[in-house]
Design a protein around this ligand. Structure first.
Ligand SMILES: N[C@@H](CCC[C@H](N)C(=O)O)C(=O)O
Length: 269
């Protein structure tokens, strides 16, 4: 039997996902739909699929699936878009929303103007597992810094980011043996005090225009390596996120835009 599913496509700095309210439209087998719907020519086209649901410990919940169907524990750009979605669709009137994720409950701070939310700040929790890594033979870069933002990141600082062949090096680094669950890879160049240029190869989705947790990990790695202080603008292909970290063992706040692309309906059988 065919069923119609309403969805909304949203993007945060060009990192685009398909959002489904599973309180209204339960979606069995989301891994399969993440793959099918993310395809650019035969699907809707996106970096993945995001499910918005109920939670017994927060206001709402988020599940995030990459374009290859793998499930991640956290997504920075999607968390901001969910804030906009919930508020503008009238699912909440709150401007501080608790969002349950596989990496814990995050707090979204919305800044509505005349009923529209264009900007959201998220308390991303406490960055963890920050340590330098040696990449070893067979990799064109000698070292990086690992950071967990709930999901795993490998940040590699370079002198000239325009020289990084992301498409070529991304796939091998994503599957580096140091990261058995694979890893999101960020290349970063500090371009001034508090300003970092970053490009990302996302685990499960490949090159994306921006990665929220990746921007957070980059800012943390820059601070850890003494390259920046604790507050930075991370400039990605799709735009800029402002990151403020309260320091080692402390919370990190990510602020940036959330944009609706369109609403749609898709049939599943
Ligand atoms: N784009 C996201 C992160 C999505 C999940 C990631 N690819 C993973 O597998 O961990 C963000 O904005 O944080």
């Amino acid at each position: 039997m065919e069923r119609k599913i309403e969805f909304t496509k949203m993007q945060g700095l060009g990192n685009d996902y398909i959002y489904v309210d599973v309180m209204k439209y339960p979606l069995p087998d989301p891994e399969r739909y993440a793959v099918e719907w993310s395809r650019p020519h035969t699907g809707i086209g996106s970096d993945g699929l995001v499910l918005i649901g109920r939670s017994d410990r927060a206001d709402f919940s988020m599940r995030i699936f990459n374009a290859d169907g793998s499930e991640a524990k956290m997504c920075g750009n999607a968390s901001r878009c969910i804030g906009k979605y919930l508020y503008e669709k009238g699912l909440t009137g709150k401007t501080e929303i608790l969002l349950d994720t596989l990496s814990g409950v995050k707090v979204l701070h919305l800044f509505p103007e005349q009923g529209v939310v264009n900007r959201v700040s998220v308390d991303m929790g406490v960055p963890a597992d920050i340590h330098p890594v040696t990449l070893g033979d067979g990799f064109p870069y000698a070292e990086g810094i690992a950071v967990s933002m709930g999901n795993p990141h490998l940040v590699i600082f370079v002198d000239d980011i325009s020289q990084v062949a992301l498409q070529d090096v991304g796939p091998a680094l994503e599957r580096h043996p140091l990261f058995p669950d694979r890893v999101n890879v960020e290349f970063a160049q500090v371009i001034g005090e508090g300003e970092i240029r970053m490009r990302v190869w996302e685990r499960g989705s490949g090159i994306t225009q921006a990665c929220g947790t990746g921007a957070c990990a980059t800012a943390v790695a820059a601070s850890f390596a003494g390259r920046c202080r604790n507050e930075s603008d991370v400039v990605m292909d799709g735009g800029v996120l402002h990151i403020r970290w309260t320091g080692e063992g402390g919370h990190l706040f990510m602020t940036g835009p959330a944009v609706k692309v369109f609403d749609g309906v898709i049939e599943i059988s």
